[in-house]
Write a protein that binds this ligand. Structure first.
Ligand code: PLP
Length: 453
């Protein structure tokens, strides 16, 4: 959605942006003080990766990290919240598996499947601080949410609580469920002005809506319409108090759409304290396009009924022996059928890429740039920040408005100047930028220079 809009805006606004582009090119193609690669704003053709071809990957060097991506060097990709470009280790793994499957499909599948899928689960678990069997593999956040919210047991008389700030995928997954079996879904409003949101107020507003009837609390870690990051740990703690004395079938379960936190925030699933974390791995984690995960706490998986049979030995054995399916875990919740295995299996390399760089360093790099963007916006009289300035209430997404100019127009002008951003795909539209490990502090300076223009 956002991407389509952006293209339309580029066309509409390119003439208006012409002068701006020249200014930004100058701002962005200057010296590279800390050795960061890549510069937006029409400073040349080709890619950073090409420029550094042949050099070994050094995860401690941000220029080397950036050089792993074949992204154009004349456009800064402030859009990690949409879909990933594949870094070299991921692209190489995809190419290797694809060649194997193309050359001798059946044999390669037989030789590779078990070990490759185990490697994906092990690496994901290492990154998440989880047990491998707790991790289910999916194609996207939306697939994970759809399967989870279709399958969670919500007994008669119990309800679901979500919020006004979640994305389409959460809202509609519950709307489809409500249409199917009449489950009651309510929505809490966690803030009126996102920029002024506080952790205590958000937890208080959510918990005020939790009643003994609440069976599921379905929230989003980082709101893609405002950039607000929820205090998931504080919500989990408050919910644990409300759940005290209840058995697994009675507890209210905390489910989180984590797609804009995974690969950005330095936190594992035990830090978050939720019961389920659902995320695509093809945005901030820069994993293969068409991949995602559902992590479930070992003792929470029993509260879900899978919809798609898993292709895994125990489930298959039950079928062959005429037995009913056993309760799920991450393996049994993974939808079966043959997949684009070259992408699925290359997910191990994406988690490894982040582990090699360091989850904490990725978070610091993203936060540093997001904070610089917020500080720069604060000095632009027409700019109104939508995302909180507090680093613990935000992540990589920064949303803002420019008074007197429609978000669509701002995004179009930025595109013309070599900065890929978008309009939030919600009824309340804002300009949205997403600094990440593929953008640089110099590109942040260029973005702000363009906005000042
Ligand atoms: C909060 C949120 N959840 C889910 C999605 C969809 O993610 P996926 O493409 O992995 O289904 C998006 C946007 O793409 C989003 O903003």
């Amino acid at each position: 959605m956002a991407e389509l809009s952006r293209r339309a805006f580029i066309t509409r606004s390119s003439a208006a942006a012409g002068g701006l582009a020249l200014g930004v090119a100058a701002a962005c193609s200057g010296s590279d003080d800390d050795g960061d690669a890549g510069s937006a704003g029409g400073s040349g053709s080709g890619t950073t990766a090409e420029a550094r071809a042949g050099e070994p990957f050094d995860p401690a060097d941000w220029a080397s990290v950036r050089a792993q991506f074949p992204l154009r060097s004349d456009s800064a990709a402030f859009s990690a919240y949409v879909l990933a470009s594949h870094p070299a280790p991921v692209a190489e793994a995809i190419a290797r598996h694809r060649a194997g499957l193309d050359e001798d499909t059946h044999a390669y599948l037989g030789e590779t499947e078990t070990d490759a899928e185990t490697a994906v689960r092990d690496t994901a678990a290492e990154y998440l601080g989880a047990a491998p069997a707790e991790v289910a593999l999916t194609d996207s956040t939306t697939m994970g949410l759809g399967l989870l919210y279709a399958g969670l047991r919500v007994p008669a008389g119990r309800e679901v609580l979500t919020t006004e700030h979640d994305f389409y995928s959460t809202h509609q997954a519950w709307a489809l469920r409500a249409a199917r079996d009449g489950v009651v879904v309510r929505r809490a409003r966690l803030y009126d002005d996102p920029a002024a949101a506080t952790a205590d107020d958000m937890v208080g507003r959510l918990m005020a809506q939790v009643t003994p009837a609440t069976r599921v609390v379905a929230v989003t870690w980082v709101h893609s319409g405002t950039g607000v990051r929820l205090p998931v740990r504080a919500i989990a703690d408050a919910l644990a108090a409300a759940n005290a004395g209840r058995g697994p079938e009675e507890r209210a379960l905390l489910c989180v759409d984590g797609v804009h936190g995974l690969g950005v925030v330095d936190a594992g699933v035990r830090d978050l304290g939720c019961d389920f974390l659902v995320a695509g791995t093809h945005k901030w984690l820069f994993g293969p396009r068409g991949t995602g995960i559902v992590w479930g706490r070992a003792d929470a998986w029993g509260q879900v009924d899978p919809a798609i049979p898993a292709f895994e030995p125990n489930s298959f054995g039950e079928w062959r022996n005429g037995l009913p399916p056993a309760p799920p875990d991450g393996l049994r919740f993974t939808p079966g059928g043959y997949h684009t295995f070259e992408h699925r299996w290359a997910l191990a390399e994406a988690f490894r890429f982040h582990l090699d760089i360091g989850r904490d360093r990725v978070a610091a790099r993203t936060t540093e740039q997001a904070t610089a963007i917020k500080a720069g916006l604060a000095e632009i009289p027409a700019a109104r920040l939508v995302t909180p300035t507090a680093e613990d209430l935000s992540a990589g997404i920064v949303c803002f408005d420019i008074e007197g100019t429609e978000p669509v127009e701002v995004v179009g002008r930025l595109a013309g100047a070599g900065f890929d951003t978008s309009v939030t795909p919600y009824a309340d539209e804002h300009v949205r930028v997403g600094p990440s490990i593929v953008t640089t502090p110099e590109e942040v300076d260029g973005l702000l220079e363009a906005l000042r223009g």
